[in-house]
Design a protein around this ligand. Structure first.
Ligand code: PLP
Length: 221
């Protein structure tokens, strides 16, 4: 994407009050720096190893988002600095994040990943498990995690009808659960949904945080 196009995208998102996470997985430090220079501060990676390697080579005011499947034994490597973990898809993972955040004397913001795609390959919490986590979370003191909202990933398809249906499903789950826990979500919850191919639909359906990679950085090889 050209600089002009990127500036237009940033402007367009800002106008709609939608936060951008620039998904920089597989992209070089220099490519990230170029986008940083245009004012972007939120970057997303899906592999711990890659993120930890890039971290010291880039400015310290970048907000790093973990958006990919996260193994519990790797949480400790990102716990000292990660800004937001989008991909919490089990109670065990949430507990580990709480523990590792505690060791670093910090509170880590997280999103619960909701299962919306019919594809089995896409992970996420089915509604009963989602509720169970929120129930336990409100009753126990997890002092070091802050559940800020929800993340969703749709089926990889060109069929706009399916995408829209899944996003609407996501929104209704988020609305239902956040209304059930008003204390937890006194602020508007973060609704992280929409990628390069479907972010416009996601915003139309109510997304307030999009994760855009290939549109900004070019295709991943
Ligand atoms: C790679 C990835 C994205 C970005 O995908 P693009 O289609 O390149 O925009 C968004 N979210 C997650 C979880 C990803 O793994």
């Amino acid at each position: 994407m050209s600089t002009t196009d990127l500036m237009h995208l940033l402007e367009e998102l800002q106008k709609q009050n939608v936060d951008l996470v620039a998904v920089s997985k597989t992209k070089s430090v220099q490519q990230i720096r170029d986008v940083y220079e245009l004012g972007v501060r939120d970057f997303g990676e899906n592999r711990v190893q890659e993120l930890v390697e890039k971290l010291p080579q880039l400015p310290g005011d970048i907000r790093w988002h973990m958006i990919g499947n996260l193994q519990r034994n790797k949480v400790k490597y990102i716990a000292p600095f990660v800004y937001l973990i989008h991909s919490v898809s089990s109670h065990a993972l949430l507990k580990t994040i709480d523990k590792e955040a505690g060791k670093n004397y910090r509170v880590i913001r997280v999103l619960l990943q909701v299962k919306i795609a019919s594809e089995d390959s896409k992970s996420g919490l089915p509604l009963p498990e989602l509720k169970e986590i929120l129930e336990t979370y409100t009753q126990n003191s997890y002092g070091h995690v802050d559940i800020r909202g929800f993340m969703g990933m749709g089926t990889f398809t060109d069929d706009e009808t399916i995408i829209r249906q899944e996003f609407q499903h996501f929104m209704s789950i988020c609305k239902q659960t956040s209304e059930q826990y008003p204390d937890l979500f006194s602020d508007q919850p973060i609704l992280s949904i929409g990628m390069s191919g479907d972010y416009k639909i996601a915003i139309e359906e109510g997304s307030n945080m999009v994760r855009i990679g290939s549109l900004i950085f070019g295709p991943r090889i």
